[in-house]
Design a protein around this ligand. Structure first.
Ligand SMILES: O=c1[nH]c(=O)c2[nH]c(=O)[nH]c2[nH]1
Length: 311
């Protein structure tokens, strides 16, 4: 005998763009990639070739467009994702859980004479804002709960000073030399958890949660850039922890935050074969070879919980 351990499906990479025309003449613009996955009493499509309860992924794409048109939360990815998620578990008796992931592309207002233009935008970065929610009605349609994560990814940064890596473990496998000054470059991926408190969440609650998702995103992005630039780094690990600490200190509604930081290496080549040019000691190193792979990869997840006692 075999049994189906997981059944989950939906539409991925639904591309949707939305204009909001404001009363003051300004316009807002959002461009999202949306993924919606549903779970529930849906197994028969897998196990019995029976599609009776199968909400088509095409309808899921249509619903995403309809919500982009009608949701009052469309401008805020976390709230938009919650709205879509609540819809599926309330509209369909046989859908018990819905996961929604939104990736927002970076369109920023064009500054014209130092003023943000009301309706013209520039893609000023490959970094994305992300939102991931899971809306759960497995305990019943009157006990809908949700988890919500904000995030940012692909934020590429580099600094040329105030980064060192010294006093590390040395053994028979070690060839790395300690370095008091080096290039530090990473592509920041980060997610933070925002607890959604109502024991029973409805679509009408989403505007009343009292959570400013935009302000939290801006705070995390600002802190990430600030700490990266100003922390005199002893390691990627230490800089990462400093970022987490400040985000949690500044944002009481964030319960925990996780960064994943590749250490994108820049190696100073030995140029001494040419007229004795000095380029390898930190104080001489000016020319570097950017290295695509491998990179270091540093992960840290920091929460407010007291650490569990070590046995
Ligand atoms: O910041 C760093 N952390 C490491 O763990 C490490 N390991 C390494 O080779 N270089 C670095 N840099």
């Amino acid at each position: 005998m075999v049994h189906l351990k997981l059944a989950k499906y939906g539409k991925d990479k639904v591309r949707v763009a939305r204009i909001v025309r404001n009363a003051d003449g300004t316009q807002d613009f959002r461009e999202y990639f949306v993924r919606v996955l549903i779970e529930g009493d849906i197994e028969r499509a897998w196990t019995h070739s029976d599609n009776t309860d199968c909400i088509t992924t095409d309808s899921i794409k249509n619903t995403t467009n309809i919500f982009a048109k009608t949701s009052p939360h469309v401008l805020v990815p976390e709230a938009f994702a919650l709205d879509l998620g609540v819809h599926y578990v309330t509209r369909y008796a046989h859908v018990h859980r819905c996961s929604v992931d939104v990736v927002q592309l970076k369109w920023s207002r064009i500054p014209v004479k130092a003023k943000a233009h009301p309706w013209s935008f520039v893609r000023n970065g490959d970094d994305k804002r992300t939102a991931s929610v899971v809306v759960d009605a497995t305990k019943g349609k009157n006990a809908i709960t949700a988890t919500c994560q904000g995030g940012l990814k692909d934020l590429l940064v580099l600094k040329t000073h105030e980064s060192s890596f010294e006093n590390f473990w040395v053994d028979e496998y070690t060839t790395l030399k300690p370095v008091s000054d080096r290039i530090f470059s990473t592509s920041v991926d980060c997610v933070w958890q925002i607890p959604i408190l109502p024991k029973h969440l409805t679509g009408a609650d989403i505007g009343k949660l009292g959570i400013d998702f935009d302000a939290i995103y801006q705070s995390v992005e600002g802190t990430t850039l600030d700490i990266f630039a100003t922390h005199n780094s002893a390691s990627v690990q230490a800089t990462l922890y400093n970022m987490c600490e400040k985000v949690l200190n500044d944002n009481s509604q964030v319960s925990d935050i996780k960064y994943e930081l590749p250490n994108k290496h820049y190696i100073a080549p030995d140029l001494s074969f040419f007229k004795g040019l000095k380029n390898t000691e930190p104080q001489d190193a000016e020319v570097f070879t950017p290295v695509d792979a491998p990179s270091g990869y540093i992960i840290g997840h920091v929460s407010r919980d007291a650490p569990k006692a070590k046995l």
